[in-house]
Structures are given as C-alpha cells and as structure tokens.
Design a binder for this molecule. Structure first.
Ligand code: SAM
Ligand code: SF4
Length: 329
C-alpha cells in the first residue's frame, strides 16, 4: 500500500483517534457548562474506528493515540485497545486520559497492549480542580495516576493547560509532583477551540512565561529530543528522570514537521487541528462496508489538501468552532 505523504511532502505516521465526544468532566478550556453530545448513530462504531486504523497502519502509520472526550467512558474500550495494539506494523498504542477511571482500568489497559499514557492534571488543589473540571475530583485522578504506575506503565506524561488566575502559580508545585513521581510533564498553551463561555485572552499564559517560572527554581538543559508530537523538551539538571515539555501552538508554531491526522468521534478526518477542512469518513465507511478501494482513494486525495500551517492567533480568538472534545487535542 502506498505510504501516507501529504501535499507538502510531510510523511504522516501518527493518527489520533477520538473514540467519544463524551466525558465525565467539563473542563473550562475544553467544554461549555451545558454540552450537547452526539447522538449514538452519528458516532463511529468501534469496528469502524478499527477499520480506519487498520488502513492507516497498513500504509505506514506507526503510532495511534486514543483520545476524546474521555476515552475511558466509551464502553468496550479495553477490547478496542487489544485489537488496535495487535495491528501488524504498529509501533505504539497510546492514550490521553483525564485519569478519573484509571483506578479501575489501568491494569486491564496495560494487559491489552496499551503502551503509553498521557494524563491531564492542571492543579494539585482539590477546590481548584473542581473549579477547572467542574465535575472532577482530584483524589480520584491522583489514585488513577498511582494505579497507572502500579500497573507498570512507563513514560507516563502529565498534561497541564496553564491559565493565569487559575493554575499558573502552581507550575512549580506541579513540577515538584512530577519529579517526586518520576513522571514527565508538558505545559500547554490554551488553544482557541470552541466557545467555552470565558475570555481566553485574559488567562493566556505563554510557554516562555512557564519556562521562566521553572527556571527560577531549576537549572534547565535544552534537549533536542521529541516524542513524535509537537512538544519541545527541556531536562532538569538535578532530576534526570523528569522531562518538561512545552506545547506552544501560539508562540512556537510546529506545523512544518506535522506528521499527524485526527479522526473525530463522528468520523471526520481532520487534516489540521486549526482548520475546518476535513473528510467525511463516516459516510464513506458506511457507503462502502466491504470495499476499501474508494476509502483509500479519498484518503490519499484528502492528504493533498492538508494545510501547510494552522492560523491560531495569539489573541486567543475562536477561529475553529469545533470543541476540543470532538477532535481530541
Ligand atoms: N479527556 C482526556 C484528557 O483530558 O486528557 C483526553 C481528551 S482532551 C481534549 C486532550 C487534551 O487536550 C488534554 O490534555 C486537555 O488538557 C487538552 N485541551 C483541551 N482543551 C484545550 C484547549 N482549548 N487548549 C489546549 N489544550 C486543551
Ligand atoms: Fe473532558 Fe478532557 Fe475535555 Fe477535560 S479536557 S472536558 S477531561 S475531554
């Protein structure tokens, strides 16, 4: 099968799959307070997602990441992981989770072949946690992180969206938590996805500001390593087991090396997180249940339309109406 190369000559070897738009949290940067979720028939079945994954892996995708919404609220997720992890040629099956259900699922996920976990953690203060997630409980997530470590997951990475006035002052404490638990941690600039009912510009905190906060307490060593994603990493001179990542869609554009595509929960293949142009794969999959040819042709044609770059402005204005829970970050 011909490899996945886009119109700019970029090789696509990473596919993110949003397995549900639903979530048990309502994080202020991701969702509005009252969300309407997709009706079930508009969401891809697990079999449909597996079919797409199989086609992509056969053409050279080496890394799959399950996300959402919260992937662990989708019924059947453990079996889904098992089938995806077994795809011939796949190097790594990963998941991004809010951690709330990991106490229950971590061991089964590990046994199913899930290789890596990113877990979101924006604060270590129980009240703030509740304010940011609206419905989440910090103790449950911290237990989830412990369960993931106990299950043997190596290379767990924490994800933290930094917002002034909400959690920016906790950056040093979060770094200390990562060091104490020998975890990596990435700090993310908030992206303007979906109307979430607050002014993002007011709380925007750049990666350079976050880095300066950390540098007040730690000697930072620049690092050329990357994890196949958009994060730039630094190491801590005194704590070699923890890497600090910065995901900076505003201040450090990472489009030139973009190697990824996203499949939304409703089956749209997003060519770029910052653009609306996409391919309706759900329609194609359902029109051609037995023949992959038309789907492969449409995928190769769509790749020629993958934008050269996103156009998020530093002002934090909403340019893409889609919510993050649809596209999975
Ligand atoms: N529910 C899972 C979680 O929270 O980890 C997976 C889905 S969530 C959409 C994936 C990642 O996107 C999370 O790390 C979350 O913090 C991040 N995220 C959500 N909305 C964002 C936004 N507007 N800007 C930047 N990151 C965002
Ligand atoms: Fe749910 Fe993740 Fe969005 Fe938070 S960031 S509302 S946990 S999907």
């Amino acid at each position: 099968m011909s490899p996945w190369i886009d119109g700019q000559g970029r090789k696509i070897d990473y596919l993110r799959l949003s397995v549900t738009d639903r979530c048990d949290f309502r994080c202020v940067y991701c969702m509005a307070e009252n969300m309407r979720f997709l009706p079930r028939q508009q969401v891809l079945t697990l079999e449909e997602i597996e079919r797409v994954a199989r086609l992509f892996v056969a053409g050279g995708v080496r890394k799959l990441r399950l996300t959402g919404g919260e992937p662990l609220v989708r019924p059947g997720i453990v079996g889904h992981c098992e089938r995806l992890a077994a795809l011939p040629g796949l190097r790594e099956l990963c998941m991004t989770s809010n951690g709330s259900q990991l106490g229950r699922y971590a061991r089964d996920l590990r046994a199913a072949g899930l290789a890596r976990l990113n877990i979101s953690l924006d604060t270590l203060d129980a009240q703030r946690f509740q304010a940011i997630t609206r419905t989440g409980r910090l103790d449950q997530v911290l237990r989830g992180i412990d369960a993931a470590q106990a299950a043997g997951f190596a290379g767990i990475k924490l994800n933290c969206v930094v917002m002034k006035g909400r959690n920016a002052d906790e950056v040093p404490a979060l770094v200390d938590y990562a060091i104490a638990h020998e975890l990596d941690i990435s700090f993310i600039e908030e992206m303007p996805l979906g109307q979430v009912g607050r002014d993002r510009e007011e709380s925007f905190c750049s990666s350079d500001e976050v880095r300066a906060l950390i540098a007040e307490r730690h000697e930072l060593l620049d690092s050329a390593e990357h994890s196949g994603g958009p994060a730039r990493y630094v190491r801590l001179a005194q704590h070699p087991r923890t890497r600090i990542g910065f995901i900076s869609p505003h201040s450090h554009n990472f489009c030139a090396t973009c190697n990824r595509l996203r499949l939304t929960a409703e089956g749209r293949l997003l060519l770029c997180l910052g653009h609306e142009n996409s391919l309706d794969l759900r329609g194609l999959l359902r029109r051609h249940p037995l023949h992959d040819g038309p789907i492969l042709d449409a995928l190769h044609a769509a790749l020629q339309r993958k934008p050269a770059r996103h156009e998020f402005s530093a002002g934090g204005e909403v340019q893409v109406l889609r919510f993050m829970n649809l596209s999975g970050g």
